[in-house]
Design a protein around this ligand. Structure first.
Ligand SMILES: O=C(O)CCC(=O)C(=O)O
Ligand SMILES: [Fe+2]
Length: 278
């Protein structure tokens, strides 16, 4: 299959500029711009907050040092954007009953999820990961400076399955590797309560002592409201992830995390979906 060539950063910026306009324009109806515009409107007050420039203050991406292919953007959504996303979930009826803890969509995603996907793609692109200068202080163990593999970033659609998980205090998710029916490249947006997600190696095929030790070590990652994690490559296939919200397991910096309801939006892509021909 012919792969799309990956554009260089400058080409990319001009493509983005053409598609979404500069920071001062918010008149077009383009999806990502629309998402940003909509997300600037505070539901309760209708206050319009000045939209950020798409090229200033790019968000900060951190590689989780121990795990190749695991990246976090802690300030991915502002508090206004988080509220807008929660309102969109509420309108879908996902919070209608306390017993309702999961909702899935396949194929055509709702507009807010398409916008969210586009916003993820845009923010990865703006991380300058495709530029030739590599800042090793921001790379993962394998030396990669890109929060998402370029060949995954350019697939269309980026994601076509979503799952919304709603956890009441004390509820979590057991250690697992996501099903193989999903392609590589998974995004998780966290909302409401913070939590610690633990990662542990999935396979016992690492024979040396250091790796056996690592196998039992769990790597904790704090997921704060509005954060985004991206899992691909080793993080997606070789590591399990779990959230244990039973008493004693949700500690950060020696303190128990105050548990409230937590909501997450996971975006993935089903295997075997071909790109539409243009
Ligand atoms: O809720 C989360 O943050 C993780 C969800 C998850 O791992 C899954 O649905 O496979
Ligand atoms: Fe998962």
């Amino acid at each position: 299959m012919k792969r799309k060539s990956v554009p260089k950063m400058e080409e990319l910026k001009s493509v983005l500029r053409e598609a979404f306009g500069g920071s001062s324009s918010d008149s077009d109806g383009e999806s990502s711009h629309e998402w940003r515009r909509r997300l600037q409107i505070n539901d309760s007050s209708d206050e319009i907050v000045k939209p950020p420039s798409i090229f200033e203050d790019p968000q900060i991406w951190e590689a989780i040092a121990e795990i190749n292919g695991l990246w976090i953007c802690r300030d991915f959504l502002s508090s206004v954007q988080q509220s807008s996303l929660l309102s969109a979930l509420e309108k879908e009826g996902y919070f209608a009953e306390d017993s309702h803890n999961q909702a899935m969509r396949f194929g055509d995603l709702p507009p807010w999820a398409i916008d969210l996907s586009q916003y993820i793609r845009e923010n990865v692109l703006l991380s300058d990961c495709l530029s030739e200068s590599t800042d090793l202080s921001r790379s993962d163990k394998s030396g990669t400076t890109c929060p998402f593999a370029p060949e995954l970033l350019w697939r269309e659609p980026l994601f076509n399955q979503l799952i919304v998980n709603i956890y009441q205090p004390g509820e979590g998710i057991c250690a697992h590797v996501d099903l193989m029916r999903f392609e590589d490249g998974i995004a998780i947006v966290s909302l409401e309560s913070s939590c610690v997600m633990h990662f542990s190696l999935a396979e016992a095929e690492y024979k040396n002592a250091e790796e056996v030790n690592r196998e039992f070590a769990k790597i904790p990652v704090l997921l704060t409201p509005g954060s985004l994690i991206l899992m691909w490559g080793e993080a997606r296939y070789l590591w399990k992830h779990e959230i244990n919200r039973k008493p004693g397991f949700q500690k950060w910096d020696g303190h128990d995390i105050d548990q409230k309801r937590r909501t997450s939006v996971t975006l993935r892509r089903l295997c075997g979906q071909t790109e539409p021909t243009q």
